[in-house]
Write a protein that binds this ligand. Sequence first.
Ligand code: UD1
Ligand code: CA
Length: 459
Amino acid sequence: MKQGFIALILAAGQGTRFKSEKIKVLHRLMGKSMLQLVVDSIQKLKPEKIYVVVGYQKDQVMKEIVSPKVSFVHQQKQLGTAHAALAAKHVLKKEEGKDMLVINGDMPLVTAATLRPLFSFHRRQKNVLTLLSAVLENPRGFGRLIRSGNKIARIVEEQEATPSQRRIKEVNAGVYISRVKDFFQALSQVSNLNRKGEYYLPDVVEIFSQQGKKIGVYKTSRLDEIGAVNSRLELAMAVDTLRKRKIQQLIEKGITFYDPQTTWIDLDAKIGRDTILYASVIIQGKSRIGNGCQLFPFVHLMNSRVGNRVRIFGSSMIEESVIEDDSQVGPFAHLRPKTIVKSGSKVGNFVELKKTVFGPRSKAAHLSYIGDCEVEEGVNIGAGTIVCNYDGRKKHKTHIEAGAFIGSGTELVAPIRIGKNAYIGAGSTITKDVRPGALAVERGKQKEKPGWAKRIKKK
Ligand code: UD1
Ligand code: CA
């Protein structure tokens, strides 16, 4: 926006209707806290500064929202939204001439696409105060707009409203724009003589209106954006809205969803073109998925990076790991943190990798545990191979050089190194390093007693 402005977010209230130990605005939706979502939407308008009013659990809130543009002001006691905004009066003295966006911290669905036109409207109309409204089929819980003629006279809070006022469907969204100086002047006249004994911020409307100041109402038709989150039910509904928005964005970018209803993609996740997601895929955190991948049902990815043309089969869990191009993982694979599956590798059924670099072009197709390992290029790990990386006190490293072949049912007791192109006979428990190109077998010689079964039966 051409002209600078500052923002003030009200986030000091506990949110008693939430019934939580944790402050309401730190509850998360699709990977982001409610307050962070509000901050993100405001950031898109490039404010000069964002001030957040904190109170309840202020240390946690300040720790969560970290940005050079954000500062905090403290509301000692939570005596209402007007009182919350007033807590910033002193700090904002230096910003007196600027426009200020004041917004409730509990509206995680609001976007820049709604806030931006609100500003242009405010400036075009040269309003002293502009507020955002919407007409809702079910206005319960919101303050209602009382108009007189074509002007707005005041806002009445739900709990103060008469039955006929409650039937009004135009509501206050909790977003206001005014010049800092004008706003604080009106705000200091707000009283707490009402049912709740609180200082209601929307009372500034009546104050401005009695002073004959120009108040504008910007009525939005983007109804899903003004939903405030006051209860867990509203949280669940807001999560659903964000989930659908995210999936719609991805569909527009060329990603296929076989069952959008059951797929969850956190807001921070990115997915490339022509990738296909089957039903019930969950992608959390700052995950990145490349182009042309396939994620089969019940794949759960957390803070992980996936290259191009990767296939992850059903019910695999991938945590803080990397899967490079053209690899294949699962079904029922578990990649634990700090694992890198290099390109063209295959990690199959019931294989668990932990803190391991695997490949390129290596295979562990069935039933293995491979932890604290470096597996070089073109290694084949037979079914049921176990790396014994833990001696009860410490974790030890295993290194398997390029081209090695580990027979099925092998135990590799770490620390250990298997040389290039070496072979390990199936069923061995290997406790000493194996030289490049050698065959190591460690198992008892097979004995056979002919006719033994018949004899034992006779006894
Ligand atoms: C508020 C409005 C209501 C509007 C609705 C929109 C008031 C009095 N009412 O109602 O007209 O329709 O939002 O969603 O403003 N907060 C503080 N300190 C306090 C009290 C609240 O920082 O002392 C913060 C809360 O953390 C919250 C925001 O202000 O983020 C709004 O407070 P809340 O109690 O949720 O207001 P509502 O009753 O929902
Ligand atoms: Ca609210």
